[in-house]
Structure formats: C-alpha cells, structure tokens
Design a protein around this ligand. Structure first.
Ligand SMILES: Cc1cc2nc3c(=O)[nH]c(=O)nc-3n(C[C@H](O)[C@H](O)[C@H](O)COP(=O)(O)OP(=O)(O)OC[C@H]3O[C@@H](n4cnc5c(N)ncnc54)[C@H](O)[C@@H]3O)c2cc1C
Length: 364
C-alpha cells in the first residue's frame, strides 16, 4: 500500500532579514520549505528602509548589454544569475506587491512614491501568508560544538539544527542597522575564504580642501557635470563636494575603480568636466572674448555660467598661470583633476565589497 501522506517540509533557517534573506525566504517557502528567518534587530529590513529615504532606486531600464556591462569583471557570473531573474522580472515582482514604478530621466527605476516602507510592508504580509516565521531580536552567534546554530534572544539561547541554513548577513556598513560583519571570524574558522571587506558605492577624501571650500561649499551639489578616470569614458551626472572630498552618484559609479587605484598606488585621480555639453575649443573661445574691466569670476559666470561651487573648485585646483591662459583654463574646466587619497570609512558605505569568496558562498 502506498503512503499518501505528503513528505514533511524541509526546515530551513535564514539568518538575516534584509532584502537578500527575505527574497530567499519567499522563494524557499514557495517551493514548500518550512522557513524561519532570524534577525538580530528589533525589526527586519532596516537598511532597506534607509535606502528608501533618499529615493529607492530599484533597478535600471537600460538595454540588457549595458545593464550587465556594469558588473565589469563579474559580468559572466552575474549574467548567469540574471537569466533566472532579470531587471524586468524585478519590476514585475514589485508590481505584484501592488507597488507601481516609474523610470526617472536617468533611466533608473523607482517605486512611484520613491519609498521602501510600503514595499517592505506588502512583502512581509505576503511572506507571513506564505507561512514564513520571522524572529526578530534573535542574534546568530556562530555554531555550537555539536554543529547546531547558536542563537541568542532576550529570553535566552536556542540551539537550532535545521536541515539547511542560509546566511544573508549583509556586509559591514551601517552597523547600527544590523549588518556588523561579526560573522567574519566564525566563517574563517570554518576555512571559508574571505576577501577583505571594503567600502563600495562610497565617498572619497582628498588630502585636504582649503578652509574656504570646506566652510562655504561642503554639501554643495555639482549638477550637470561629467566624471572619468584616465583612459575611461566620461559619465554624466551629479556629485557632491563634502567637507573632506567628494561623494554622490557619479563617484559611486566609479568607486570600485577608484578604490582599486588607491589600493594599488595610494591615490586615484578623477577628472571632472564642469561643462560636459561644450567642446574644449568652444570653452576656450568663450574665455578669450575681451572681458574689459570685469573680474575673471564675473567673466566665468557671464561667458560660461560657471559660478558657486564649480568656480570655487576651479580656483581650488588650478594655479594663477592656468587662470591667465584661456586655453589652459578651458582644458581645466573640461578635465579638472581631483586627487583622491582614501575612501570614507566602511561603516558609511552604501554597500560592502569583499566577503565570502569560496565557491558556494555568496555575500549580500
Ligand atoms: C544610504 C543608503 C542608500 C541605499 N540606496 C539604495 C538604493 O537606492 N537601491 C538599492 O538597491 N540599494 C541601496 N542601498 C543598498 C541596500 O540597502 C543594500 O544593498 C541591501 O540592504 C543589502 O541587503 P542584504 O540583505 O544583503 O543586507 P542587509 O540589508 O544589511 O541585511 C542584513 C541583515 O542581517 C542581519 N544580521 C546581521 N548579522 C546578524 C546576526 N549575527 N544574527 C542575526 N541577524 C544578523 C541584520 O540585522 C540585517 O537585517 C542603500 C544603502 C544605504 C546605506
């Protein structure tokens, strides 16, 4: 006689309730597993919610080749993952949660209200309806001698032996939101190959801005500029001058290359184009027009619209001889070199590079 009872569901523990852990919980519970999520914080998805504060960028609408090209030397690895779930699938998934999206002028995709909270609420509701059990204030502390997971919570300690454990612990930035990188020595002790954790999508520092730039222009946005590294194609966008250097979307886009150049040579030079829509000859011609008794600052403003933080940066990073020579000044306006010497601290970064490098181990 055949046994018609359903096979008992596999019990899977997911450690970490950020977007990576929650997505794993959704897929595994849909596949019939009994899923428990454990998170150290009083609520899940805290960094995800922070991401929604400045406008939650979900994905990009550009054609596939450009999209996958952004992953540079990891392209082949990521392409294989995108075959299973690509940018369109992600948008459809969000629409399925009742959240509309729109494409911004840059081609980036956002939820209609730019926020993460409504998305997270709808997602958690779906997960609970699917039977996922979420335990907050439950901190995984490594493995016990018998191989069980050691999990502490306000009332005590659990030794858990699920059939499988999925670690979705995030990197090591914004530790106060949960991902503190405490797991690193526990995995190293199990002979997992760990690449050093480093800031990714982060700001960088110069050796020192002048007092004037620091005090008058820290926080000032550089709009409609372009940026490139030596030999690289310029990217159009925005950056921000900070008290110690620069940050913003253009800097983040180049941050992996900047970081690697600093690691290798102690510094990296980015070139800022203050007038990306004008050719260098055109800029030089405008600068060469007689300015009469007007100051150079007024001339720059009236002939080229350069003032405020752009004019201050130009002064900061060029010498008097350059200012006196329209050709040299035009070249500086089109490729103003900014020497960066270090990334901002890892805890401030938007994402973390490095982590589990062994096959079969991946990091969020
Ligand atoms: C300011 C800012 C803006 C951002 N903007 C965007 C954006 O617009 N678009 C975008 O796609 N991304 C953005 N990001 C990045 C995005 O937030 C992260 O890529 C994403 O949160 C990573 O997800 P994760 O699940 O891998 O890790 P995390 O979100 O860090 O989640 C890890 C979870 O693991 C838990 N955990 C860690 N250790 C333990 C332990 N020992 N026991 C139990 N639980 C543990 C933590 O509490 C946490 O909840 C932004 C980030 C920041 C900081």
């Amino acid at each position: 006689m055949s046994d018609s009872r359903p096979a008992p569901a596999h019990h899977i523990a997911i450690i970490g309730g950020g977007p990576a852990g929650l997505m794993a919980a959704e897929v595994l519970s849909q596949a019939g597993a009994r899923v428990e999520v454990f998170d150290a914080m009083p609520s899940v998805g805290r960094k995800f919610l922070l991401a929604g504060v400045g406008g939650m960028n979900i994905t990009h609408s550009e054609p596939y080749a450009a999209f996958v090209g952004r992953y540079a030397e990891r392209q082949a690895q990521v392409a294989a993952l995108l075959q299973g779930f690509n940018a369109d699938d992600l948008c459809q998934w969000i629409h399925g949660l009742g959240i509309d999206t729109f494409i911004g002028t840059s081609g980036r995709v956002f939820p209609t209200d730019m926020k993460a909270a409504p998305l997270l609420r709808a997602w958690l509701k779906r997960l609970r309806e699917q039977g996922v059990v979420i335990h907050t204030r439950h901190r995984w502390q490594g493995w016990n001698a018998d191989g069980s997971l050691c999990i502490t919570h306000p009332e005590g300690e659990i030794a858990l032996k699920p059939e499988a454990t999925l670690l979705a612990l995030g990197g090591a930035s914004w530790a106060r939101l949960g991902s503190d990188g405490a797991w690193l020595p526990w995995l190293q002790a199990r002979a997992v190959d760990i690449a050093p954790l480093q800031a990714a999508n982060c700001g960088f520092e110069v050796a020192a801005w002048s007092q004037l730039l620091r005090e008058k222009f820290a926080g000032a946005p550089l709009k409609n500029v372009a940026m490139h590294l030596a030999g690289g194609a310029p990217r159009l966008g925005e950056a921000i001058v900070t008290a110690g250097g620069i940050e913003g979307s253009l800097v983040y886009a180049l941050s992996a290359q900047i970081r690697e150049q600093i690691n290798a040579a102690g510094q990296s030079t980015v070139y800022l184009d203050l007038l990306p829509n004008r050719a260098v000859d055109n800029v030089a011609a405008a600068l060469s027009k007689p300015r009469g008794s007007r100051s150079m600052a007024k001339h720059l403003h009236s002939a080229l619209g350069i003032d405020g933080v752009k004019a201050a940066l130009l002064r900061e990073l060029t010498d008097k001889a350059t200012f006196d020579d329209p050709q040299a000044l035009a070249r500086a306006i089109k490729a103003l070199p900014i020497v960066l010497v270090r990334p901002r601290p890892l805890d401030e970064a938007i994402s973390t590079a490095g982590g589990c490098a062994s096959k079969g181990w991946m990091m969020g």
